[in-house]
Design a protein around this ligand. Structure first.
Ligand code: MF3
Ligand code: CO
Length: 260
C-alpha cells in the first residue's frame, strides 16, 4: 500500500505540473498513461467496470462543472481560467493507490481559488478524524462542517471508501453525516477520503457518456483525495509524492499552511 500510494502521488504530481492551457484532456490522459508505464504500474481506472460500462481512460479528468469520473477526450481543450480535477488511481504489486487534486489552468478567479482551498482543507479536517476507535461519522461531519461554514455545498452522490486489493472496499466514507455514528476505524485500515464540493448547489446529473458527473448549476466543482492508513494520533498519508518527506511532516505542514 505504501509503494502504490507513493507511485500514485508521484504520478499525480508530475501530471499536474504538465497541465497547460491549449492541451486537450486526451493529451493529459495519455501523459498519465505514459507516466504509469514508465513507473511500471497499471491504471486502476482503465477497464474499471460499472454494470456493462467500461471506463476508457487511464485517469479521471474532470473540467469545471464536471465533478468526477471525466474521460480524457480530444475535443476538450483546456483554457486559461479552467479548473481540472486530476484523479490518479493505480495498481502496483496488487495493491491500489488512489488520489486526486483540483488545479487551476492558468489564472483562476479568487472565488474558485477559495473553492479549491476549502475543499482541500476539508480533506485534511476529515483525515484528522481517521483515527483508531473513531467512527466514520467523525470524518464525515468534519468534512461537511468545514465546507458548509465556507458557504459551499458538499456532494452526497459520491463517497470515500475503504481500499486495498480492490479500489472500492468497505466502509463507505460519506462527506456528510454525524460524528459518533457509523463503523469504527481500526489501526491499519486503509481508506480513501475524497470530498467533492460544489459552489452552491450540491446536485449533480450524469453526462451522456455515462460516466461524467456534472454540477447541475454549471458552476465549477472541486475534488481532493488521499489514500491513508488509520493510526492512533495522526493517520499515515500514503499518497505523498517521492521526495516530499514523511507522512506526519507532510500532514502538519499542510495543516499549518492552511492556517496561514
Ligand atoms: N478516485 C476515484 C474513485 O474512487 C477513481 C475512480 S476510477 C473509475 O471513484 F474508473 F471508476 F473512474
Ligand atoms: Co477514490
Amino acid at each position: 500500500m505504501r509503494r502504490a500510494g507513493r507511485s500514485a502521488a508521484t504520478i499525480l504530481d508530475r501530471l499536474c505540473s504538465l497541465v497547460r492551457p491549449g492541451m486537450s484532456t486526451l493529451e493529459v490522459d495519455e501523459a498519465g498513461g505514459q507516466l504509469m508505464k514508465d513507473m511500471g504500474v497499471k491504471s486502476a481506472c482503465k477497464g474499471y467496470r460499472s454494470g456493462h460500462r467500461v471506463f476508457p481512460s487511464y485517469t479521471c479528468l474532470s473540467v469545471n462543472d464536471e465533478v468526477v469520473h471525466g474521460i480524457g477526450v480530444e475535443e476538450r481543450i483546456l483554457k486559461d481560467g479552467d479548473v481540472i480535477s486530476v484523479d490518479v488511481c493505480i495498481r502496483e504489486d496488487g495493491m491500489i493507490g488512489d488520489n486526486c487534486r483540483t488545479i487551476g489552468v492558468g489564472r483562476i478567479s479568487p472565488e474558485v481559488e477559495k473553492l479549491l482551498k476549502v475543499t482541500e482543507e476539508s480533506l485534511f479536517k476529515g483525515m484528522a478524524q481517521a483515527l483508531h476507535k473513531n467512527r466514520v461519522g467523525d470524518v464525515s461531519e468534519a468534512v461537511q462542517k468545514h465546507v458548509e461554514a465556507a458557504g459551499f455545498a458538499v456532494i452526497t452522490n459520491f463517497v470515500g471508501h475503504g481500499v486495498g486489493r480492490s479500489l472500492h472496499e468497505d466502509p463507505q466514507i460519506p462527506n456528510f453525516g454525524k460524528a459518533g455514528t457509523g463503523p469504527k476505524f481500526r489501526k491499519g485500515m486503509a481508506i480513501c477520503i475524497e470530498p467533492m464540493v460544489n459552489m452552491r448547489n450540491p446536485q449533480i446529473r450524469m453526462a451522456k457518456d455515462g460516466w461524467t458527473a456534472l454540477a447541475v448549476d454549471g458552476m465549477p466543482s472541486a475534488h481532493f483525495e488521499h489514500t491513508l492508513l488509520v493510526d492512533d494520533d495522526v493517520p499515515e498519508i500514503l499518497t505523498i509524492p517521492d521526495g516530499c518527506g514523511e507522512a506526519e511532516q507532510y500532514f502538519s505542514e499542510k495543516l499549518s499552511a492552511f492556517a496561514a
